[in-house]
Design a protein around this ligand. Sequence first.
Ligand SMILES: [Mg+2]
Length: 264
Amino acid sequence: MPCEALKAYIFDLDGVIYRGDELQPGAAETVNALRSRGERVYFLTNNSTQSRSQYADKLTKLGIPARPDEIMTSAYAAALYLRQVKPDGRRVYVVGESGLKEELEQTGAEVVEEPDGLPIDFVVAGLDRQFNYEKLFNAQQAIYRGAEFVATNRDPTFPLEEGLLCPGGGAIVAAIETATGVEPRLIGKPETYSLEMVMTLAGAEPAQTVIIGDRLDTDILVGRKAGAHTILVLTGVATEEEAHDAPDEMKPERIIRSLKDLRL
Ligand SMILES: [Mg+2]
Protein backbone atom coordinates (compact mmCIF):
# COMPACT_ATOMS: atom_id res chain seq x y z
CA MET A 1 0.00 0.00 0.00
CA PRO A 2 1.61 3.28 -1.10
CA CYS A 3 1.28 5.10 2.23
CA GLU A 4 3.15 8.17 1.04
CA ALA A 5 0.38 8.80 -1.51
CA LEU A 6 -2.47 8.55 0.97
CA LYS A 7 -4.50 11.64 1.70
CA ALA A 8 -7.34 10.37 3.85
CA TYR A 9 -7.56 7.80 6.63
CA ILE A 10 -11.19 6.84 7.16
CA PHE A 11 -11.93 4.87 10.31
CA ASP A 12 -15.14 3.02 11.04
CA LEU A 13 -16.27 3.52 14.68
CA ASP A 14 -18.03 0.49 16.25
CA GLY A 15 -15.54 -2.36 16.56
CA VAL A 16 -12.64 -0.24 15.29
CA ILE A 17 -12.27 2.84 17.50
CA TYR A 18 -14.46 1.55 20.35
CA ARG A 19 -16.89 -1.10 21.48
CA GLY A 20 -19.66 0.62 23.43
CA ASP A 21 -17.83 3.05 25.73
CA GLU A 22 -14.58 1.10 25.67
CA LEU A 23 -11.77 2.50 23.53
CA GLN A 24 -10.03 -0.20 21.46
CA PRO A 25 -6.30 -0.91 21.96
CA GLY A 26 -4.13 1.58 20.08
CA ALA A 27 -7.04 3.64 18.75
CA ALA A 28 -6.18 6.97 20.35
CA GLU A 29 -2.43 6.54 19.85
CA THR A 30 -2.85 5.69 16.15
CA VAL A 31 -5.25 8.51 15.35
CA ASN A 32 -3.22 11.04 17.29
CA ALA A 33 0.04 9.90 15.65
CA LEU A 34 -1.50 10.25 12.19
CA ARG A 35 -2.73 13.71 12.97
CA SER A 36 0.56 14.85 14.43
CA ARG A 37 2.11 13.82 11.10
CA GLY A 38 -0.38 16.12 9.37
CA GLU A 39 -2.57 13.33 7.92
CA ARG A 40 -6.31 13.82 7.41
CA VAL A 41 -8.39 11.53 9.61
CA TYR A 42 -12.13 11.01 9.22
CA PHE A 43 -14.69 8.71 10.77
CA LEU A 44 -17.43 6.93 8.82
CA THR A 45 -20.11 4.96 10.63
CA ASN A 46 -23.26 3.15 9.59
CA ASN A 47 -24.61 3.57 13.12
CA SER A 48 -27.41 6.13 12.79
CA THR A 49 -28.38 6.43 16.46
CA GLN A 50 -26.33 9.54 17.20
CA SER A 51 -25.67 12.81 15.40
CA ARG A 52 -22.25 13.90 14.22
CA SER A 53 -21.94 16.29 17.15
CA GLN A 54 -22.81 13.48 19.59
CA TYR A 55 -20.12 11.26 18.01
CA ALA A 56 -17.64 14.16 18.14
CA ASP A 57 -18.34 14.53 21.88
CA LYS A 58 -18.01 10.80 22.48
CA LEU A 59 -14.70 10.58 20.62
CA THR A 60 -13.36 13.65 22.38
CA LYS A 61 -14.28 12.18 25.80
CA LEU A 62 -12.54 8.93 24.87
CA GLY A 63 -9.30 10.82 24.11
CA ILE A 64 -9.66 11.36 20.36
CA PRO A 65 -10.55 15.03 19.87
CA ALA A 66 -12.96 15.24 16.93
CA ARG A 67 -15.18 17.80 15.21
CA PRO A 68 -18.56 17.08 13.58
CA ASP A 69 -17.12 17.92 10.16
CA GLU A 70 -14.62 15.06 10.51
CA ILE A 71 -17.45 12.56 10.92
CA MET A 72 -19.81 11.07 8.33
CA THR A 73 -22.70 8.92 9.49
CA SER A 74 -25.40 7.04 7.63
CA ALA A 75 -27.90 9.36 9.36
CA TYR A 76 -26.31 12.55 8.02
CA ALA A 77 -25.78 10.99 4.60
CA ALA A 78 -29.48 10.02 4.56
CA ALA A 79 -30.44 13.58 5.48
CA LEU A 80 -28.30 14.90 2.59
CA TYR A 81 -29.84 12.35 0.22
CA LEU A 82 -33.38 13.44 1.12
CA ARG A 83 -32.47 17.09 0.61
CA GLN A 84 -30.99 16.23 -2.78
CA VAL A 85 -34.11 14.30 -3.88
CA LYS A 86 -36.65 16.79 -2.54
CA PRO A 87 -35.05 20.16 -1.78
CA ASP A 88 -38.33 22.02 -1.17
CA GLY A 89 -40.04 20.71 1.93
CA ARG A 90 -40.08 17.08 3.01
CA ARG A 91 -42.09 15.28 5.66
CA VAL A 92 -40.37 12.23 7.09
CA TYR A 93 -41.49 9.37 9.29
CA VAL A 94 -38.47 8.07 11.21
CA VAL A 95 -37.90 4.63 12.65
CA GLY A 96 -34.70 5.50 14.44
CA GLU A 97 -33.18 7.34 17.35
CA SER A 98 -32.51 10.96 18.30
CA GLY A 99 -29.34 11.38 16.24
CA LEU A 100 -31.11 10.49 13.01
CA LYS A 101 -33.98 12.87 13.77
CA GLU A 102 -31.52 15.64 14.66
CA GLU A 103 -29.63 15.31 11.35
CA LEU A 104 -32.90 15.29 9.38
CA GLU A 105 -34.26 18.37 11.16
CA GLN A 106 -30.97 20.25 10.84
CA THR A 107 -31.04 19.75 7.07
CA GLY A 108 -34.58 21.13 6.85
CA ALA A 109 -36.82 18.03 6.99
CA GLU A 110 -40.01 17.93 9.03
CA VAL A 111 -39.97 14.85 11.25
CA VAL A 112 -43.52 13.53 11.71
CA GLU A 113 -43.83 11.94 15.16
CA GLU A 114 -47.51 10.94 14.90
CA PRO A 115 -48.90 10.39 11.40
CA ASP A 116 -51.71 12.92 10.86
CA GLY A 117 -53.14 11.80 7.52
CA LEU A 118 -51.08 14.32 5.53
CA PRO A 119 -48.69 12.92 2.92
CA ILE A 120 -45.33 11.61 4.10
CA ASP A 121 -42.51 11.84 1.56
CA PHE A 122 -40.00 9.45 3.11
CA VAL A 123 -39.76 6.69 5.69
CA VAL A 124 -36.20 6.59 7.01
CA ALA A 125 -35.22 3.54 9.07
CA GLY A 126 -32.13 2.63 11.06
CA LEU A 127 -31.30 1.23 14.45
CA ASP A 128 -34.12 1.99 16.89
CA ARG A 129 -33.82 0.49 20.35
CA GLN A 130 -37.43 1.51 21.09
CA PHE A 131 -38.76 -0.23 17.96
CA ASN A 132 -42.29 -1.61 18.36
CA TYR A 133 -45.34 -2.77 16.39
CA GLU A 134 -46.87 0.71 16.19
CA LYS A 135 -43.76 2.13 14.50
CA LEU A 136 -43.71 -0.82 12.10
CA PHE A 137 -47.38 -0.17 11.29
CA ASN A 138 -46.86 3.57 10.76
CA ALA A 139 -43.88 2.96 8.48
CA GLN A 140 -45.78 0.35 6.49
CA GLN A 141 -48.82 2.58 6.01
CA ALA A 142 -46.70 5.56 4.89
CA ILE A 143 -44.89 3.38 2.34
CA TYR A 144 -48.22 1.98 1.10
CA ARG A 145 -49.30 5.58 0.50
CA GLY A 146 -46.23 6.38 -1.58
CA ALA A 147 -43.45 7.42 0.80
CA GLU A 148 -39.97 6.46 -0.42
CA PHE A 149 -38.39 3.84 1.88
CA VAL A 150 -34.82 4.77 2.84
CA ALA A 151 -32.52 2.64 5.03
CA THR A 152 -29.54 4.18 6.80
CA ASN A 153 -27.87 0.77 6.93
CA ARG A 154 -28.50 -2.98 6.82
CA ASP A 155 -25.92 -4.10 9.37
CA PRO A 156 -27.37 -7.23 10.98
CA THR A 157 -25.37 -6.66 14.18
CA PHE A 158 -23.06 -4.23 15.92
CA PRO A 159 -20.39 -4.97 18.52
CA LEU A 160 -20.47 -3.85 22.16
CA GLU A 161 -18.14 -4.41 25.11
CA GLU A 162 -16.90 -7.91 26.04
CA GLY A 163 -17.60 -9.54 22.70
CA LEU A 164 -21.33 -8.85 22.77
CA LEU A 165 -23.05 -8.57 19.35
CA CYS A 166 -26.40 -6.74 19.37
CA PRO A 167 -29.14 -6.61 16.70
CA GLY A 168 -28.28 -3.85 14.22
CA GLY A 169 -30.24 -1.46 12.01
CA GLY A 170 -30.58 -4.14 9.34
CA ALA A 171 -32.87 -6.17 11.59
CA ILE A 172 -35.28 -3.22 11.88
CA VAL A 173 -35.10 -2.43 8.15
CA ALA A 174 -35.86 -6.08 7.37
CA ALA A 175 -39.05 -5.95 9.43
CA ILE A 176 -40.35 -2.99 7.41
CA GLU A 177 -39.23 -4.59 4.16
CA THR A 178 -41.08 -7.79 5.07
CA ALA A 179 -44.25 -5.91 6.03
CA THR A 180 -44.29 -3.87 2.80
CA GLY A 181 -42.56 -6.02 0.21
CA VAL A 182 -40.63 -2.87 -0.73
CA GLU A 183 -36.86 -2.86 -0.94
CA PRO A 184 -35.32 0.26 0.62
CA ARG A 185 -32.88 2.70 -0.92
CA LEU A 186 -29.73 1.96 1.08
CA ILE A 187 -27.59 4.94 2.10
CA GLY A 188 -24.81 3.53 4.32
CA LYS A 189 -21.98 1.14 3.56
CA PRO A 190 -21.65 -1.00 1.39
CA GLU A 191 -23.36 1.54 -0.89
CA THR A 192 -20.71 4.10 -1.84
CA TYR A 193 -22.80 7.24 -1.18
CA SER A 194 -21.54 8.02 2.35
CA LEU A 195 -17.94 7.05 1.53
CA GLU A 196 -17.97 9.32 -1.53
CA MET A 197 -19.17 12.18 0.64
CA VAL A 198 -16.41 11.74 3.14
CA MET A 199 -13.81 11.49 0.35
CA THR A 200 -15.17 14.76 -1.01
CA LEU A 201 -14.81 16.33 2.44
CA ALA A 202 -11.22 15.12 2.52
CA GLY A 203 -10.48 16.22 -1.03
CA ALA A 204 -9.12 12.72 -1.70
CA GLU A 205 -9.45 10.37 -4.65
CA PRO A 206 -10.25 6.71 -3.89
CA ALA A 207 -6.67 5.66 -4.62
CA GLN A 208 -5.50 8.19 -2.01
CA THR A 209 -7.92 6.87 0.62
CA VAL A 210 -7.71 3.98 3.04
CA ILE A 211 -10.75 2.69 4.89
CA ILE A 212 -10.12 0.83 8.15
CA GLY A 213 -13.06 -1.28 9.29
CA ASP A 214 -14.17 -4.40 11.15
CA ARG A 215 -16.89 -5.72 8.79
CA LEU A 216 -16.24 -7.41 5.47
CA ASP A 217 -19.77 -6.89 4.12
CA THR A 218 -19.77 -3.12 4.73
CA ASP A 219 -16.34 -1.52 5.33
CA ILE A 220 -14.21 -3.72 3.11
CA LEU A 221 -16.87 -4.15 0.40
CA VAL A 222 -17.51 -0.40 0.13
CA GLY A 223 -13.78 0.32 -0.02
CA ARG A 224 -13.29 -2.25 -2.77
CA LYS A 225 -16.32 -0.96 -4.72
CA ALA A 226 -15.09 2.62 -4.54
CA GLY A 227 -11.49 1.70 -5.43
CA ALA A 228 -10.03 2.73 -2.06
CA HIS A 229 -7.43 0.84 -0.03
CA THR A 230 -8.82 -1.44 2.67
CA ILE A 231 -7.62 -2.65 6.06
CA LEU A 232 -9.57 -5.10 8.23
CA VAL A 233 -9.04 -4.84 11.98
CA LEU A 234 -9.97 -7.90 14.03
CA THR A 235 -11.33 -6.06 17.09
CA GLY A 236 -14.95 -6.10 15.91
CA VAL A 237 -17.21 -8.39 13.93
CA ALA A 238 -15.13 -10.22 11.30
CA THR A 239 -12.60 -12.95 12.07
CA GLU A 240 -9.38 -13.75 10.22
CA GLU A 241 -10.90 -17.02 8.92
CA GLU A 242 -13.91 -15.17 7.52
CA ALA A 243 -11.58 -12.71 5.78
CA HIS A 244 -9.59 -15.53 4.17
CA ASP A 245 -12.78 -17.30 3.06
CA ALA A 246 -14.48 -14.12 1.81
CA PRO A 247 -15.36 -13.62 -1.85
CA ASP A 248 -12.89 -11.45 -3.76
CA GLU A 249 -14.90 -8.24 -3.49
CA MET A 250 -14.79 -8.47 0.33
CA LYS A 251 -11.13 -9.37 0.73
CA PRO A 252 -9.15 -6.69 2.56
CA GLU A 253 -5.70 -5.65 1.36
CA ARG A 254 -4.36 -6.00 4.89
CA ILE A 255 -5.52 -7.61 8.12
CA ILE A 256 -4.36 -6.34 11.51
CA ARG A 257 -5.15 -7.67 15.00
CA SER A 258 -5.74 -4.21 16.47
CA LEU A 259 -4.98 -0.60 15.62
CA LYS A 260 -1.74 -1.05 17.56
CA ASP A 261 -0.51 -3.05 14.55
CA LEU A 262 -1.25 -0.31 12.04
CA ARG A 263 2.23 0.42 10.72
CA LEU A 264 1.98 3.71 8.96
MG1 LIG B 1 -17.88 -1.45 12.66
